[in-house]
Write a protein that binds this ligand. Structure first.
Ligand code: TXA
Ligand code: MG
Length: 316
């Protein structure tokens, strides 16, 4: 799949950073270097940009994304950073550590970023280009690793180009990444739990806290946001592939149908993905009447949308 546009390679200069920041603010997708791996960046407050990240990566699922900010103050605008989380942030930010924190009500991020979860993964990267870029964008930037789903994470601009050229607007070329593996992810249960080993050694975490950090229990729910079948389903029953609305049902439409809410009247999968979580929540607030959902083509982003709808439709 290519979107048929040329991916610009931006130089690691003041001008290149300014251009990357302007593009991100305008809703474009720009890959940028961090000290761990290259991220596939998009404006975390722009529904369409976030949806396009999943499309560009061909991710079959809406996994929650990491929001990147330049410093602890910016992190506090979107998340609650207190107690041991604050201790870790002060010890290791900027650096290869991601913290999963309570999402602030007024964070202003798209629901697709958190996949509807009440928590947000936050990272303050140390790479000077990432720092300069995030400071210039003045908004949180979500960035999964800049590789097509299922492929190896990129540690050079060439790797990014090989996987994503034609699907994203630009790559900010910062040479090779120093760390080369993804950030360490820590969640709170409420005690710190290692969710993903990564660039920051586990021993360092324990050293800063004065007590070792437990590895997550593989069976624990925190390990798998969105993986449980009915996770974050609306309260009302949900029926997929509904060609027509049956009596008493509310219709969440797709394409040119008369519906209570329409994911995309134009039948555009990016628009539908951008609207999905917000509209499911809106339907949830709207009552208990069963929800019928129009058929969504099972191609491109449609696969991730259908995956989420299947979870919402699962018996519970
Ligand atoms: O080094 C890195 O962390 C890179 C660079 C670009 O910053 N980014 C990265 O992002 O590895 P990604 O999307 O490939 O990995 C994000 C991980 C996923 O496994 C996701 O499930 C987890 O973070 N995650 C995100 N939000 C979460 C949340 N609210 N609760 C639990 N896990 C979360
Ligand atoms: Mg990845």
């Amino acid at each position: 799949m290519t979107n048929g546009f040329e991916t610009q390679l931006l130089t690691p200069t003041t001008g290149g950073v300014a251009q990357a920041a302007a593009m991100l603010r305008a809703g474009a997708l720009v890959s940028f270097p961090t000290e761990t791996v290259y991220g596939l960046g998009g404006d975390a407050t722009n529904d369409r940009a976030v949806a396009r990240i999943f499309e560009a990566k061909e991710r079959p699922r809406f996994n929650p994304l990491i929001a990147h900010v330049p410093d602890l103050d910016a992190a506090r605008c979107i998340a609650v950073v207190e107690g041991q989380a604050q201790d870790l942030a002060q010890a290791f930010w900027p650096g290869p550590l991601t913290l999963v924190l309570p999402l602030r009500d007024d964070a202003g991020l798209c629901e697709l970023v958190t996949a509807g979860l009440p928590t947000i993964a936050v990272r303050v990267p140390a790479h000077p280009l990432a720092q300069a870029l995030l400071t210039a964008v003045e908004r949180p930037v979500v960035a999964p690793s800049a590789n097509p789903s299922g492929r190896i994470s990129p540690t050079t601009a060439d790797h990014v180009m090989a996987g994503l050229a034609g699907r994203i607007e630009a790559v900010l070329d910062g040479g090779a990444c120093g760390v080369g593996v993804e950030s360490t992810i820590v969640g709170f249960d409420p005690d710190p739990v290692l969710l993903r080993p990564g660039g920051l050694p586990t021993e360092a975490l324990g050293g800063a806290l004065g007590t070792p950090v437990a590895r997550r229990d593989e069976s624990a729910a925190i390990n798998a946001p969105g993986q449980m079948a009915s996770h974050y389903a609306p309260r009302a029953a949900l029926r997929m592939n509904a060609e027509t609305r049956q009596s008493g049902e509310r219709l969440l439409g797709f394409g040119p149908v008369e519906a209570d809410l329409n994911l995309s009247a134009a039948g555009d999968l990016v628009e539908a993905a951008a609207n999905l979580f917000r509209m499911l929540h809106e339907m949830d607030r709207g009552g208990d009447a069963p929800i019928a959902v129009s058929p969504i083509p099972d191609t491109g982003l449609g696969r991730a949308i259908n995956d989420r709808l299947r979870r919402a439709a699962a018996p519970r």
